[in-house]
Design a protein around this ligand. Structure first.
Ligand code: C2E
Ligand code: MG
Ligand code: MG
Length: 513
């Protein structure tokens, strides 16, 4: 409060000794008799006598405490994260520009740390958002303790924290801080009487080597953080130019992908699914291929996730479905009247509110029956929101479409999904099929899966069948359909063989009997 008093006296003196100052305005704090601190604004104007001497002051004294508090709140909202009280993006930018000017002048570096908690979503989902929020607050507090006063830690939202380590002269300092950060996660977190472990992945980029503005440095640190996740989480990675190459590649794919549909660069390949009891083609799976004039042939695994992240999957998915249905119509017209077609659906497509109407529309326009179309979905799709997925899938199934659970065994493979989802067919992932002949346990799992699915009135498709030995096992276990290079690789519509694969199946039967 002493400085407030000094300020007051200085202003008053100045006002009185310099009569050209017509008004007086001072804001200061006072301590009340109850020891409360209040902000006061005093405004005044001197009244002078004829000889030019000040004789009294007229004005007002106002308590502006509430206004000051509101101003502070606005300031906090503008520059701090409301959950953790840590700086937000705006303040981080500000701090970076000061650190950058310093580093430039003194020839030093700045490290930008991008930290993301591993499996935070699971904590939120299982323990609730309030619990998740408390954890973020604690993590923020602990991380802040590991930094020097001149460093900054900010939260950008979600479970992402950014740290600026300023004035560094060697990478050693960076490694040490990264290790200290990871150490924070070595102990269990105690919250509401519960104890549990959470780990984090960290990506680091260095100013000026990896970028000179914060946006670029954060983008590169983010790429390094993804690398840390890929490497099994709970570790840190430093950005490298090779990672940059990956980003550039991704950006190139993204740019081209935006134009690919208009330029008619997508094609569908088809792979038959063989009914093992008869050797005939029960269904063909439509698999997308992209031929870019500069990059050549691009397989779906290299671009579907980008299409999903950029929202392009909606249009691509509709194109796939219309083209596949039109092709089926053509095959039916050519005499393959029992043939069905299966189309892969992405999780993102499923989030469209009108997905059911879109599917119905395509089916009607191309003149095919719902019974002829099978939709392949993956567990990751179901996991997004089980209730929503189940209700839409039920509508789809009730309309007569088939629903296949694809890649079963690849991810979490919860039997829960098998029970909850209204599916009609189970596709066992190729990794399991490949393991049939090399691992006794995998063979046992496939055998059990087939019988489990049958007991639930589901048909079973084995994917990725490559050898007669695998086919022999599947025949013995009464798997319904099989798909794989043993019969045919995915091919353009004109090249695919839709007649019987009976000889292939029978030869295999003879070999294994
Ligand atoms: P998927 O639906 O599980 O498709 C089966 C994948 O296994 C295909 O890869 C196919 O070429 C491959 N495959 C088939 N038989 C064998 C075999 O005997 N051995 C081996 N090693 N592989 C075999 P592809 O065409 O590269 O597609 C990969 C994934 O991309 C698909 O997996 C599917 O999830 C996705 N995908 C493909 N087309 C589309 C599409 O139109 N829309 C969406 N959303 N996803 C698609
Ligand atoms: Mg599939
Ligand atoms: Mg599959």
């Amino acid at each position: 409060m002493k400085e407030d008093l000094d300020k007051f006296v200085v202003s008053l003196n100045k006002y009185i000794t310099e009569p050209q100052n017509k008004h007086l305005q001072i804001e200061y704090r006072i301590k009340t008799v109850n020891d409360e601190i209040r902000w006061i604004r005093t405004r005044g104007m001197a009244i002078w006598d004829e000889e030019g001497n000040p004789i009294r002051v007229a004005g007002s004294i106002t308590d502006i405490t509430e206004q000051r508090l509101a101003d502070e709140k606005i300031h906090r909202l503008a520059f701090f994260d409301s959950l953790t009280g840590l700086p937000n993006r705006a303040l981080l930018m500000d701090r970076f520009s000061i650190a950058e000017a310093n580093a430039r002048r003194r020839g030093k570096s700045i490290a930008v740390f991008f930290l993301d908690l591993d499996n935070f979503k699971t904590i939120n989902d299982t323990m609730g958002h309030t619990y998740g929020d408390k954890l973020l607050l604690k993590v923020g507090e602990q991380l802040r303790l590991k930094l020097r006063k001149s460093d900054t830690i900010a939260r950008l939202g979600g479970d992402e924290f950014i740290m600026l380590q300023t004035n560094i002269s060697s990478m050693d300092e960076v490694y040490k801080l990264a290790a200290r950060m990871l150490n924070v996660f070595k102990r269990p977190w105690k919250l509401d009487e519960r104890e549990f472990y959470v780990t984090a992945s960290i990506g680091i980029s260095i100013y000026p080597n990896d970028g000179t503005d914060l946006k670029e440095l954060m983008k590169n640190a983010d790429a390094a953080m993804y690398r840390a996740k890929e490497k099994g989480r709970n570790n840190f990675q430093i950005f490298t130019p090779e990672l940059n190459m990956k980003i550039m590649e991704r950006m190139e794919i993204e740019n081209h992908l935006r134009k690919a549909a208009d330029r008619k660069e997508f094609v569908l390949y088809y792979q038959p699914q063989i009914e093992l009891a008869t050797g005939s083609v029960r269904c063909v799976e439509a698999l997308i291929r992209w031929s870019d004039p500069h990059m050549g042939w691009i397989m779906p695994e290299a671009f579907i996730h980008i299409a999903e992240e950029t929202g392009l999957i909606g249009n691509i998915g509709e194109w796939v479905m219309s083209t596949a249905c039109a092709q089926l119509r053509k095959w039916h017209d050519e005499g393959h009247d029992d043939l069905r077609i299966s189309v892969n659906l992405s999780a993102k497509q499923f989030q469209q509110q009108d997905i059911f109407e879109k599917i119905m529309d395509i089916v009607e326009k191309t003149g095919i029956k719902p019974e002829w179309l099978e939709l392949e979905i993956t567990e990751s799709l179901a996991m997004q929101d089980l209730e929503h997925t189940t209700s839409i899938l039920s509508r789809i199934r009730d309309a007569g479409f088939g629903i296949s659970l694809d890649d079963f065994g690849k991810g979490y493979s919860s039997l829960n999904y098998l029970k909850a989802l209204p599916i009609t067919n189970l596709k066992i992932d190729k990794t399991f099929i490949h393991g049939i002949t090399s691992s006794v346990n995998q063979a046992k799992i496939v055998k059990a899966l087939i019988s489990l699915a049958h007991s639930m009135d589901l048909t079973v498709t084995a994917e990725g069948v490559e050898s007669s030995a695998q086919l022999g096992f599947l025949l013995k276990e009464r798997c319904d359909t099989a798909q794989g290079y043993l019969f045919s690789k995915p091919k353009p519509s004109k090249d695919i063989n839709l007649s019987s694969y009976r000889t292939c199946v029978e030869t295999c039967m003879e070999m294994t009997s």
